[in-house]
Design a protein around this ligand. Structure first.
Ligand code: ADP
Ligand code: MG
Length: 739
């Protein structure tokens, strides 16, 4: 069934040509039991490798069932081997970390057998080679003779018509050798068995033919016994290993050698945690540089803020707010957002001055660290750095410190709104905004807004056809309230008398025009009285020094000027990722939107930091890739023979590669899983490892998905790169190099 005509095999080594064997003519048939002998180096192994399709030949022609093979590709030889050949080696070439059962099972798995069929067959074979007792023993624990019997069972498993054994008894003692030969002779009946041996006497009584080689040539080819040989062999049908068995085998390989698994796991865990940490760090840097961006119009530059105005420039109605609140992704609305952008100051009139931004208690997130949440309108909480100088004192006196709003520019304290601080939340000190956040009731927020409206308004006074202007820097002509002034009237400074030719401004009209970002308003009043240094106290109850120039009006008139519905609001979104979608929805509903995040001007330094972080991340990924690859290469060096064995047993290059990929991906998935578990434990504060906290703080679900993809792709490329190196050599070269 196998025929060689003038076949020669040469080795080319650094320009030197060595002859493996030359001009061999042979015809081998089913039913023969052939011994090949000859001194060492005479070409026996080379001949067997060529016959087995493990190695190629250079000259002549080899026929299989009458067909030429000189044009065979690697794949054709693979196919030939899987249909016809079972190999047995001097060094066994078993998988030492597998049990007897698993070694025999392996060849059947690789050739597409189903699990149930495999079991029956493997047990049968194990009994046949008399190793039933050892079926679950690792091969590494067996004696040489036992190992060779496993190899024989494995060679028989596929029921190929040809068994080729290269010095199968070379590493065995006399007794083991005899039983091995006997076993081989028993299985030889309807097969072609070719055995290379040094010890012809041992095998003599079984052989049907003896071939002797010398110096690469056949010098003797002698028939010993008559046989009922047939020239044509039956092919063995085979398939590729099923998908589920690929996975099973991959899982087995992952955990099968414990030290290898632990080393791989450590390497992958190192790679995973290093990339996660750097990714989280770059997120943190980005976040810090985001909030570091500045905008001199909007003090509150939260990345989740959208400022809105109505396109028709009318004030917001309750329906408008209800409609906005119904959108997705809305966290909360600050109806009148002027306060967000204006610093306010609170004082207890003693040691305490708190500067910060006031906002609605409804927008408060998280937990109070000291004290409690407010229970009535006058109670407030502050968010503050733990190391601020007044914090210790304040924490001790929570609920007992009455504080007031103070006008930042004039220093006037508004005693009409007494407040109590009842709770403190500590700020993350790595996020340095500088200011505290003050959370107050909507009622107080409203009152604070008056102050802001006035502060940010251009106030023009028209008197006697002349305009007088007031703004925050020039408080002369400031508008103040007093219940003593009747509605529609104004009390003004005596100084105004000099502006009137008659010398008296009494009963003269005075017009107040308010002009600010959001609205214009005007109000005409009649001057009822003038005050001087001497009577101001009795008229309106205030000091002359600080207030000369102020125009006192009734609170009702004041409200007409400053108590305005909201023309501008701010929407805070839940998911910053969806900020733009929410903005687009608001535009569709008829609002002009300004996404605060887009208005921030980044400092040059922040941009450099961002670019630097990206470079560091990429550099780290590349470096880790190579570090991991080289460590894995060292760890997996011992796996070379395993993969050579797989190929020898019929696994294609592609399938061997897949098995390697499955193995490494399982380890990476485990490393990722363990990392995530540790992160969850940290998030739930079951463990306390400060270096993980950054990951907990800055990574969101989306980042975990991105990281997972990055890590899996990295592991995949590492597997491919290693596979490429692994399969560069043919399996027989790997064996020779390794053994
Ligand atoms: P045997 O099995 O009879 O001891 P081999 O078939 O191993 O002999 O070797 C036959 C000849 O081929 C020897 O001269 C040996 O040096 C040479 N040879 C075998 N393998 C290689 C190789 N990979 N590269 C170069 N020469 C080789
Ligand atoms: Mg040899």
């Amino acid at each position: 069934m196998l025929e060689l005509k003038n076949v020669s095999k040469f080795y080319y080594n650094k320009g030197v040509i060595a002859t493996g064997f030359s001009k061999v003519n042979l015809k081998l048939d089913i039913g023969e039991f052939i011994a090949i002998t000859g001194e060492s180096g005479s070409g026996k192994s080379t001949l067997l490798n060529v016959i087995s399709g493990l190695d190629t030949y250079e000259e002549g022609e080899m026929y299989v069932n009458g067909k030429e093979t000189s044009h065979y590709s690697e794949k054709d030889f693979e196919d030939f081997r899987r249909k016809y050949i079972g190999n047995i080696f001097q060094t066994f070439n078993l998988v030492n970390s597998y049990t007897v059962y698993q070694n025999i099972e392996l060849v059947l798995l690789l050739n597409g057998y189903k699990k149930r069929k495999i079991k029956k067959k493997v047990i049968e074979l194990i009994k046949k080679v008399d190793l039933y007792k050892f079926r679950n023993t690792k091969v590494s624990k067996l004696s040489g003779g036992q190992k060779q019997r496993v190899a024989i069972a494995r060679a028989l498993a596929k029921e190929t018509p040809i068994i080729i054994a290269d010095e199968p008894t070379g590493n065995l003692d006399k007794e083991a050798a005899e039983s091995t030969i006997k076993l081989l002779s028993e299985i030889a009946k309807d097969k072609l068995v070719v055995i290379v041996t040094h010890n012809y006497e041992q095998i003599e009584k079984y052989v049907t033919r003896k071939i002797t080689m010398h110096d690469g040539r056949i010098i003797e080819d002698k028939k010993i016994k008559e046989t009922k040989s047939t020239a044509k062999a039956n092919e063995v049908e085979y398939k590729n290993i099923t998908k589920i068995n690929r996975l099973r085998l991959g899982i087995r390989n992952t955990f099968n050698i414990k030290t290898k698994f632990i080393l791989l796991f450590i390497v992958f865990l190192f790679m995973t945690s290093a990339i996660m940490a750097q990714y989280a760090n770059s997120r943190k840097q980005k976040h810090l540089s985001d909030i570091d961006g500045s905008n001199y119009l909007f003090r509150n530059s939260s990345e989740n803020r959208i400022v809105i105005k109505k396109k028709d420039n009318t004030p917001f109605s309750a329906e408008n707010y209800a409609q906005i609140e119904n959108l997705n992704n809305i966290d909360y609305i600050v109806k009148d957002d002027a306060l967000l952008d204006n610093e306010i100051s609170l004082t207890d009139k003693k040691y305490l001055s708190i500067y910060g931004n006031a906002s609605s208690i409804k927008g408060f997130k998280g937990n109070i660290d000291v004290g409690r949440m407010p229970e009535n309108d006058n109670e407030v909480i502050i968010e503050e750095y733990e190391d601020r100088y007044y914090i210790k004192e304040l924490a001790k006196n929570l609920g007992n410190t009455t504080i007031y709003l103070m006008d930042l520019y004039t220093g006037t304290i508004n005693e009409k709104i007494p407040m109590q601080i009842v709770g403190i939340k500590y700020m993350d000190s790595s996020l340095y905004y500088g200011n505290s956040n003050i959370y107050v009731s909507d009622n107080i927020l409203n009152q604070m807004r008056f102050q802001i409206n006035q502060r940010y308004s251009k106030i023009k006074i028209l008197f006697q056809n002349k305009y007088y202007e007031s703004n925050i820097y020039n408080p002369y002509f400031r508008i103040k309230t007093s219940e003593n002034v009747p509605v529609g009237k104004a009390y003004v400074s005596n100084d105004l008398n000099y502006e009137v030719p008659s010398g008296s401004c009494k009963n003269k009209p005075i017009k107040i025009e308010i002009d600010n970002l959001y609205y214009k308003e005007e109000l005409e009043l009649k001057i009822a009285r003038t005050y001087t240094k001497y009577n101001i106290k009795s008229l309106v109850g205030e000091e002359y020094e600080m207030n000369n120039g102020s125009i006192y009006i009734n609170p009702e008139d004041y409200n007409k000027l400053f108590d305005k519905p909201s023309y501008q609001s701010s929407v805070f979104v839940e998911e910053v990722e969806l900020l733009r979608d929410t903005g687009a929805e608001l535009e569709n509903l008829g609002y002009t939107t300004l996404i605060i995040k887009d208005t921030l001007t980044k400092s040059g330094q922040a941009q450099v930091v961002e670019i630097f972080q990206t470079i560091v991340t990429i550099f780290l990924i590349i470096t880790l890739f190579f570090i991991t690859y080289f460590i894995i290469k060292v760890i997996l060096k011992s796996r070379n023979t395993y993969f050579a064995t797989l190929r020898m047993l019929g696994a294609t290059r592609k399938i061997s590669k897949q098995l390697l990929i499955i193995e490494l991906l399982i380890v990476e998935n485990l490393a990722y899983l363990i990392s995530v578990v540790v992160i969850i434990l940290q998030a739930k504060q079951i463990i306390n490892l400060s270096f993980i906290q950054t990951i907990v703080d800055y990574l969101k679900i989306k980042d975990y998905i991105i990281l997972y993809i990055i890590l899996i792709v990295m592991s995949y490329i590492i597997s491919l790169k290693y596979a490429k190196k692994l399969f560069k050599n043919s399996s027989i070269k790997t064996y020779n190099g390794e053994v």
